[in-house]
Design a binder for this molecule. Structure first.
Ligand code: PMP
Length: 405
């Protein structure tokens, strides 16, 4: 399918509004993306025609709901190239996926074991591991970054010693935009016998994902970052892992047999899906992935790259501008600070001009502290943004800087 920006924008009616009297320019896509009509329609159809609880009923609607829910799982598996759909666990999102795994790994981590993360992690891929390490008297080790915001691969290799039980790293940084060389990372880690988790919260929307080819052990993502509803996400786990790890929450759905004395657990993936799942969310996720797939992730990446280059070039013209994150391999995230101006003030003025950006530490406080800055302004792009919006944004930044200087 050709990349038709007018068609794409008409799929996102929310974009067609004014904010503070100015046409909305939505550049906060790394926080959450807008939803296209096919996704919204899928949710509506579900509640108009198909709503029922899954896996439990003999009646028609329950069987329909079960079938479409499981079809959504099959499609997610196909989209990320999982070998089997049992390896797809539906969760609330990246945060829950990582918490699930960090809890399931409790018995596997012993005193003085090490868990490696990088200095660019979101709190979601940091705090759960920090807590697990504290609980098990293990050590959380941090892989440093190069000046340009790329991962220090030499350090990474040196840090992979026999004590390391897991390498948990982001696919794409939500602050720096750095795309980590995940295939190489997985290969090096596996050579040392270390399993790898990738935080794909940003990766899913700005990169092809092939869990089979990359050999990654765990991949996590949130639907809302890729045009799907909030409250649905995925933990992909290699079957050999998920089979041997214990459940995370207990209750209905995740059981096989229950007596007052003991319980046996259900098979994968239900072992990890206690309680009533987010059926409509799963359907919305399927619709969103189909939408992306129909346009083509490669075309989207190519288009977003052009937006990023244009925005970077325009911002560089501004005096006092410092772009945060200069890695060669970068996705559609542009963080910056301007000398002498607080990011919050800049963000507030941009909002008055109709431009939605995010300011602050972006849930990566240790990284921001390490950089010695109060936070950044972050513009992040999606498939519905346009070069014209980038130009208006750059002019708005210029204007705001002039006002605040
Ligand atoms: N990791 C990264 C890299 C992210 O960008 C985000 C969302 N900002 C998360 C994890 C957490 O995702 P969620 O809030 O959807 O669980």
């Amino acid at each position: 399918m050709a990349f038709n920006i007018d068609q794409i924008r008409s799929d996102f009616p929310i974009l067609n509004q004014k904010v503070n009297g100015k046409p909305l320019i939505y550049f906060d896509n790394a926080a959450t993306t807008q939803k296209p009509l096919p996704v919204i329609q899928r949710l509506t159809d579900y509640y108009l025609k198909e709503n029922s609880n899954v896996h439990r009923g003999v009646h028609h609607l329950s069987q329909v709901a079960t079938e479409i829910y499981e079809n959504a799982r099959n499609y997610v598996a196909e989209y990320i190239h999982a070998e089997e759909s049992d390896e797809i666990v539906f969760t609330r999102g990246t945060t829950e996926s990582i918490n699930l795994l960090s809890r399931a790994l409790v018995p596997w981590i012993e005193a003085n074991d090490e868990i490696l993360i990088s200095a660019m992690e979101h709190h979601s891929n940091l705090v759960p591991w920090q807590q697990l390490c504290a609980e098990r008297k293990a050590k959380l080790k941090i892989i440093p970054l190069n000046e340009d915001g790329s991962l220090d691969m030499n350090f990474l290799e040196k840090m992979l010693n026999p004590q390391v039980k897991l390498l948990a790293i982001t696919h794409i940084s939500n602050v720096l935009g750095t795309i980590n060389p995940v295939e190489e990372i997985i290969r090096i880690a596996h050579e040392k016998g270390v399993p790898v988790l990738l935080d794909g919260a940003q990766g899913i929307a700005h990169s092809p994902v092939d869990v089979k080819a990359s050999g990654v052990d765990f991949y996590t993502f949130s639907g809302h970052k890729i045009y799907a509803p909030m409250g649905i996400g995925v933990l992909y786990g290699r079957k050999t892992w998920l089979r041997r790890l214990p459940p995370y929450q207990f209750g209905g759905e995740m059981i096989d047999q229950v007596s007052f004395d003991r319980t046996t657990f259900n098979q994968l993936p239900y072992k990890y899906e206690a309680g009533t799942p987010n059926v409509s969310g799963a359907l919305g996720l399927e619709a969103a992935l189909r939408y992306v797939s129909e346009i083509g992730i490669d075309k989207i990446i190519n288009y977003e790259e052009k937006l990023l280059t244009r925005a970077t070039e325009k911002l560089e013209e501004i005096e006092g501008m410092r772009i945060i994150g200069r890695a060669k391999n970068k996705a559609a995230v542009l963080s910056f600070v301007v000398n002498g101006i607080h990011p919050y003030d800049l963000g507030t003025l941009l909002d008055q001009m109709g431009v939605a950006v995010r300011t602050g530490h972006h849930c990566a406080q240790p990284l921001i502290d390490m950089l010695g800055i109060p936070g950044t302004v972050r513009a992040s792009f999606a498939l519905y943004n346009t070069p014209e919006e980038v130009d208006v944004f750059a002019e708005a930044v210029k204007k705001a800087v002039a006002m605040l200087m």
